[in-house]
Design a protein around this ligand. Sequence first.
Ligand code: UD1
Length: 436
Amino acid sequence: MDSILICGETPLYGRLRVQGSKNAALPILAATVLVPGISVLHNCPKIEDVRLMCKLLETVGCQVKWENHTVTVDASGVVCGTLPSEYVEKMRSSVIFMGAMLGRVGEVSLKYPGGCVIGKRPIDLHLKAMEQFGVQTRQTEEGIVANAGKMKGAHIIFPISSVGATENTILAAVYAEGTTVLEQAAREPEIQALCAFLRRAGAEIAGDGSGRIRIDGQRTLHGCEYTIPPDRIVTGTYLLGCMAAGGEICLENAPAEELSAVFHVLKRMGAELFICSGEVHCRRTHALKSAGNIMTEVYPGYPTDLQSPMLAVMALAEKNSSMTETIFENRFRIVEELNRMGAGIHIQGKTAFVPGARRLHGARVTAQELRGGAALVIAGLAAEGITAISGRQYIDRGYENIAKDFETLGAKVLYEENSGKDSRQPVTAAAGKENR
Ligand code: UD1
């Protein structure tokens, strides 16, 4: 697999259009299973997880067509079946096929879902919610078998807020008999996008965006067109790239209203931010101030998906900062790699202490999961010398082409074809070729 090579210390300048949201596109693609007709989704990001989701749709009998960033799904011929492990194990979001398949064909079997290695990530909340609809679930060594029979609407109180479990439950509730009410439902913008799509297809849903969602089931769904909203995590990643490298960038089609917790921290660190008709302008010309103590939280708090990229920026600040991870265990795996670049981060329990005032230096580093990989790219933008990042396939799960995007903004990006190089070898300019 190719590596990304970044020759750091070049400030970023220019403008870029933000891709469609991964975390909105995935449940909406799963939701097309509920529509006995044609769904047309515009602005779908061309990323690995979306491709896997399309493959899963095909395995249950959907016809899927890509044209530029538009995906057309004809789900008229959905059939029961087992979701193949080759896709399910690669992507955690495949679990939300459960609710959609139970709603449409009444049964499904799937392997235990995989995805990014960021802690245990159980699916107990998904299964308990399905059981409240009257679904019978059986867990075997290989996976889960679920049979719906006649699903009845339910009053479901989630013990904690879960994005995936909320989405799965909404999908199942659309065809359940009667009314379903979800309490302590997730409030992330991606839930609202899913509900907006379902409403356009004929579902009756109210309250999304609050912790209490009401779904009146058994409405007949019909085909529709929907545009996937822009990706708030990609927007945040690119802003953090500008914070690390310095310069001035403009992100078009950026969901500014979904990023207030992030903007708050960026301003504290010295960013100048201007928001104007769907564009976010970010300028960072002075030294970075401390980010203070940040805690990841459910929306609208600081997003866990921007925790690792922020660690890279914190390392460059004049003074120390800290980051407490409250959503996922084991989401500090990237710290070891950032420390190889000189970050000096120290972890105690759920908190990473970042000393700041660091001069990062290039190194050969490895991405092991999506957002940690993005953090390495951001560190590379600011590091002295060349940073070679392997494990690019993890980054491609969520970013259409992060290297090319930063190159558009002026970063010096090189590509290194797989050479089976010893990862301890120093990186030299001769190792890569320019991506032009
Ligand atoms: C989604 C996002 C991911 C983001 C996360 C939190 C997608 C495709 N992924 O992941 O990018 O980081 O929300 O904003 O949208 N939990 C349980 N039991 C369950 C389900 C979850 O204990 O059955 C726990 C998890 O381990 C975690 C917490 O709930 O500690 C939140 O997870 P959840 O919101 O479900 O995350 P995902 O939907 O997997």
